[in-house]
Each structure stands twice: as structure tokens, then as C-alpha cells.
Design a protein around this ligand. Sequence first.
Ligand code: GRF
Length: 209
Amino acid sequence: MLKICVLVSGGGTNLQALIDAINDKRITNAKIEVVISNNKNAYALERAKNNNIAAECISPKDFENRDIFYEHLKETIDSYKVDLIVLAGYLVAIPGSIVEGYKNKIINIHPSLIPSFCGKGYYGLKVHEGVLARGVKVTGATVHFVDDGTDTGPIILQKPVLVKQDDTPQILQRRVMEEAEWQILPKAVDLIANNKVTVTSDKKVMISE
Ligand code: GRF
């Protein structure tokens, strides 16, 4: 049984997609052990509690400095003895100490087709604003392993979504979530939980189905 820690900052619709997929058995061999937010008002924490999942808030504001915050975050994650960390809308950068301790065991959902509209500064609505400003006709979402760069780790799954002429960033964000994120994040977790994902020495992901 794959034990998962989900890190969140906001509404938690991707967390909900994971909870629903575990309940529907679209994800097998996996259990969410804990949900941790940096923001005490994140609705994602309510979603965890409503589903009897341990929910913790670890905010950088409550610590003297960033290093102490990260130390505490890592100790808390370690204490749950998890096999996978899922970043589901987590707006805090993951430090090298956690990336090293969980090599190829941290995944992130990003709301664009990497390597477009990703990297520093591309988060939340800014991604979709960038897509509309450039006028691309196709966007989508990507699930990838987390390495020490920003959105640079091995790509596990991607799904395209069409951009429509009268889209606003908000409308496009919603369509990318519905048509891509809520599908490929649970799918990626199921593949990992069932040992179908390997990372090659040249950082490509191989999937056996
Ligand atoms: C999603 O768009 C995700 O791709 C991004 O942050 C957003 C989180 O939304 N990384 P939610 O909290 O899962 O509803």
C-alpha cells in the first residue's frame, strides 16, 4: 500500500480528485496518510477532515526563518513514513533537503504543457494569462516528478486542452482542471502505486501498462 502525503495551499480540488479516485477504486493500492497546508485557511484542510484524513497546517509564518520551517516540514512528513509526496497546488518551493530525501518520490501537477508556460513566476492564474497572451491554441496539464529545478523534473503524464477564442484566464483554468488535471493526477498516482512507473538514467519516465 503506497502511503501518500498531499501538500496543498488552497481549494484542494486536485486533492478531492485523489480522494474520489481512491474511493471509486480508480486508484488502487494507495492511501492518503496526511494533508499538509502552509495556509491555515485552505479549504483543502476541510476536505481532508471531512474524509477522516490527518490534516496539519505548517506555516512559514510560525517559524523564525525559512530553514527552521523546512526542517519542521520535513520532520512532519518523515513522521508519517510516506512513500510519495503529491504537490497539489502547493505554493511553497520544496527545498533541496526534501527533494534529496524523497528522490523520484515527489510529484507535482502543473496547469500547462511543460515546457511551455512553466518555471519561475508561472503559477495559478498567471499560467493561463500567459497562454491567452501568447495566443496558443492548445494548452493542458502535466504531472511530473520534482527535482531541484522549477517544473524541470521527469514528465509522467500530459493531457492537452483546447483554448477557445473567448476564454478568460478563469474559464480556461477551470477547463484545464476538469479536462486534464483531475484526470491525470489520479492516473499518475495509480500508476505509481501499482509500480508501473520507472525513471531512466537520462530522466525519462517509462510506463508499463
Ligand atoms: C491547480 O491549477 C494546480 O495545477 C496548480 O494549483 C492549482 C490548485 O488547485 N498547481 P486546487 O487547490 O487543487 O483546487
